[in-house]
Design a protein around this ligand. Structure first.
Ligand SMILES: [Cu+2]
Length: 805
């Protein structure tokens, strides 16, 4: 019996007959076909590919290598699934049989072969590259698989490539003497020991780049582990003297330089990246995120926007609703099952931290058989997430409550695509030369893009791809029947998935992102590049400007919200048709519960706000008005403890709603707005915009659910409802001076925040809590769940001074 190692993997011989010789392609070219399609160069060698080659009996001759390449490409194009690993060719000794069992059960990932650990008596299956590594004097523990440029192919395309685990350590003593291949030595892990300790300790955990994979039916779920270190940080800090970042949507950046739009400022970051780490998993995976708060003097919670948190209500991340905020210097472990697939994201839900940099993508993929639109695209790449955000050149706190003279209002200076962009100074005309985001595509292929609107300000965002149609296939994670448009307008908190077909001449094309509404004042826009592989890097066309932009064509989500008739130039969200399952009970005539929620601003005169001994909160709008928000005439305040875990600590009079207002509540009625809904009731919510401010449409987001949008419009009087396959969403913009009607079945017990997703409206009370079911319906409070609340003990008389004083 012998076990052999090679540069990229191992193979087994028993006695010296190779089980998987193809795995040693790089070291033993005489036995393998090592062809990798050019658009996947960033990945090394996939097992499925190797097995295909092996079955094809490729060998080292160039002619045969070419024929192997042709055959594999034909299979790829035809969408043929890769063959399973071959059965054992001959009886193996028990140890090797155990090893092979691990490899075969975890089929198709090279990582499993690399990271399975065998002692002299048994093998432990693991996908976790750090499992079992010893840190002391062990150099290898400081190296970690590159999530850089990780490529995720669509499962239909027959080849599935795993990220490369990096450490070849099956020779000698496992893990203690091995060194990473030379190619990886130049990529030190930008991680503290503490950040990887859990991965080293626990064999059942999968690392982030192993979880970012194609999802297959019947594959066992994984436990995906993430570690977020939250810090005060700097754009263009000294880290930028060390390296230039080029990764997109990674979990770790191997370069700690944050460029953003090339304007220096202080920021908040998770793992020194903007956007923060990307969580990409399969439906059914368990997601564990350890959040370490290093932001001195700041508390934080992270919300997983779009993840329903069924059974994990305590990890929804809303301060003083589902948990106590994470204080500086402490850690909090979020853990939830990725129960609903789709394009989601995470962001800080405390104060104004989100717009300073605390956000990132959450992508939950599913097997193609479960996606009704899977036939419409060939690739669903980890790199084709389009996270758009608005960006200021100072801390958000500089703009709250707001100024009167310089930098008035809360509008961003610019907008970013995946944290990248350039900034044109309006005073000097100087343009920064930071890199733009580039998405690469191959001619003839169809790509799924996942757009995430992580804006915090009131600006809608408009995105257009030059010369390419966008086929919208999902919104807020839920599939819709495909619709072709040219431009997508999205609001804070919304997500849209669309397919782009590489059907234009090979070249580079502009992607234009414009901030609309108030962002029009500063002409806030950003550019990105859609590049054909092997084509030029720069578009030939002049860059579009804010005022002379790309042609809009057909617009999804038009701002005028004229939605009660079909139009040639636009598609309203309410006109999208659901492509998933629609609960018929929801569409019955009478819902069990109807909640009518008009919302508006309340304006104060300065002499009303600034009275001695009163400290009413307010926001100074760009107009100089001092306002708070009212939903059903109540301005929401957070309770001192989370009702989910500490309901007994909250005085009942803290809560209120439209039918139960505190007796002495004036026009600026402040209390914890809570609407109770019985479990499993069919609920209809009617949101009516009474702000009466042109250019402002408030996007409302419901935690814990998606709902069916049955009506959007601007006419008052009879509200039009459309019950034919209404789309599912969790964030919906209410047209200014208009309304939205949606329905859902309240089957997820808990305390769910429902709020306008504009950051500066949350902090002045545009929220309420939807309380579904009773405490008896909730899962138990997690052990040692942190507690918080007021400390107001009886006041004591002065203590007598000690006689020695
Ligand atoms: Cu709002």
């Amino acid at each position: 019996m012998c076990v052999c190692t090679c540069m990229y993997s191992i193979y087994l011989c028993s006695p010296c007959v190779c089980v998987l010789p193809c795995l040693c392609a790089r070291r033993r070219p005489s036995r393998a076909c090592s062809y990798i399609p050019a658009d996947r160069l960033s990945v090394f060698l996939s097992l499925s590919f190797s097995v295909q080659c092996e079955l094809l009996e490729c060998n080292h001759t160039t002619a045969q290598d070419r024929s192997c390449k042709a055959t594999v490409e034909r299979r790829l194009a035809a969408g043929v699934e890769p063959p399973p690993l071959p059965p054992l060719p001959l009886p193996l000794p028990p140890l090797l049989a155990g090893w092979y069992h691990c490899v075969r059960n975890w089929a198709n990932s090279l990582l499993h072969i690399l990271h399975t650990r065998c002692s002299s008596s048994e093998c432990q299956c693991s996908t976790n590259p750090l499992f079992g590594q010893v840190t002391a004097d062990d150099q290898s523990a400081r190296y970690f698989s590159a999530s850089h440029g990780l490529v995720q192919t669509h499962p239909d395309s027959a080849i599935f490539q795993a990220g490369f685990g990096g450490i070849d350590n099956l020779g000698g003593r496992w893990g203690s003497t091995a060194r990473p291949p030379a190619a990886l030595r130049s990529r030190p892990l930008d991680y503290s020991e503490r950040a990887t300790a859990e991965l080293r300790r626990n064999p059942s955990l999968s690392a982030p780049d192993e979880c970012a994979r194609a999802c297959r039916e019947g594959e066992p779920p994984r436990i995906c582990y993430y570690h977020f270190t939250l810090e005060f940080y700097t754009v263009l800090g000294a880290a930028c003297q060390v390296c230039t970042p080029n990764a997109t949507n990674t979990v770790w950046s191997h370069c700690q330089c944050v460029l953003a739009d090339g304007v220096e400022r202080g920021i908040l970051t998770a793992n020194r990246m903007i956007p923060g780490p990307s969580i990409q998993v399969c439906e059914g995976d368990r997601v564990v995120i350890d959040v370490e708060n290093h932001m001195e003097g700041q508390e934080v919670t992270l919300h997983w926007h779009g993840v329903w948190q069924k059974g994990s209500q305590y990890y929804d991340g809303v301060p003083f609703v589902t948990q106590c905020p994470i204080t500086a210097g402490t850690s909090f472990r979020y853990q939830w099952t990725a129960g609903n697939a789709g394009t989601h994201f995470w962001h800080a839900h405390t104060g104004l931290q989100k717009i300073d940099g605390l956000y990132g993508s959450v992508i939950v993929r599913q097997p193609p058989s479960k996606d009704p639109n899977s036939k419409l695209y060939d690739y669903d790449l980890t790199t084709h997430v389009v996270l758009i955000s608005d960006w200021m050149h100072e801390d958000a706190a500089e703009r709250f409550p707001g100024r009167l003279a310089v930098n008035v209002g809360q509008d961003p200076e610019t907008v970013l695509i995946n944290g990248k962009g350039q900034f044109r100074d309006p005073n000097t005309g100087f343009v920064t030369n930071t890199p733009l985001e580039v998405f690469t595509i191959t001619p003839g292929r169809r790509y799924r893009f996942r757009l995430i609107n992580a804006f915090a300000s009131v600006c809608p965002a408009q995105i257009t791809f030059q010369g390419h149609d966008l086929t919208v296939i999902a919104t807020d994670g839920e599939p819709v029947q495909p619709v072709n448009v040219n431009t997508i307008i999205s609001f804070s908190g919304e997500r849209y998935d669309f397919v782009v077909t590489a059907n234009q001449p090979v070249g580079a094309y502009w992607i234009q992102l414009r901030g609309l509404g108030e962002c029009g004042i500063k002409r806030a826009q950003q550019l990105g590049i859609l590049r054909y592989a092997r084509g030029p890097y720069q578009p030939a066309a002049r860059p579009p400007t804010y005022d002379v932009g790309l042609p809009q064509g057909v617009v999804l989500n038009p701002l005028d919200a004229i939605c009660n008739r079909p139009r040639d130039d636009a598609v309203c969200v309410s006109q999208l048709k659901n492509a998933g399952h629609v609960d018929e009970g929801l569409l019955q005539e009478r819902p069990d519960v109807k909640i009518f929620l008009p919302f508006r601003f309340l304006g104060y005169r300065p002499e009303e706000v600034f009275q001695p001994n009163t400290y009413n909160r307010y926001l100074v709008a760009p107009t100089g008005d001092h306002v708070i928000s009212l939903v059903d005439e109540i301005s929401f305040t957070f309770p001192p403890s989370p009702p989910l875990s500490q309901i007994q600590d909250i005085p009942p009079e803290q809560f209120c709603n439209g039918d139960n207002r505190p007796a002495d509540c004036g026009a600026n009625c402040m209390c914890t707005h809570k609407v109770d809904v019985p479990l499993n009731a069919v609920v209809e919510v009617v949101l009516v915009d009474e702000v009466q401010q042109p250019n402002l449409s408030h996007p409302f987001h419901l935690h814990g659910y998606s709902f069916k949008v049955v009506g959007i419009g601007r006419s008052r009087g009879l509200l039009h409802r459309e019950f034919n396959l209404p789309p599912s969403k969790d964030t919906i913009a209410v047209p200014n001076n208009g309304y939205v009607v949606f329905r859902f079945r309240a089957d997820n017990p808990g305390y769910w925040l429902f709020h306008c997703h504009f950051l500066f409206h949350i902090v002045i009370g545009m929220n309420l809590i939807l309380h579904v079911g009773t405490h008896g319906d909730l899962p138990p409070i997690p052990p040692n769940f942190p507690r918080c609340g007021d400390h107001l003990p009886p006041i004591q008389a002065p203590l007598p001074l000690s006689p020695y004083h």
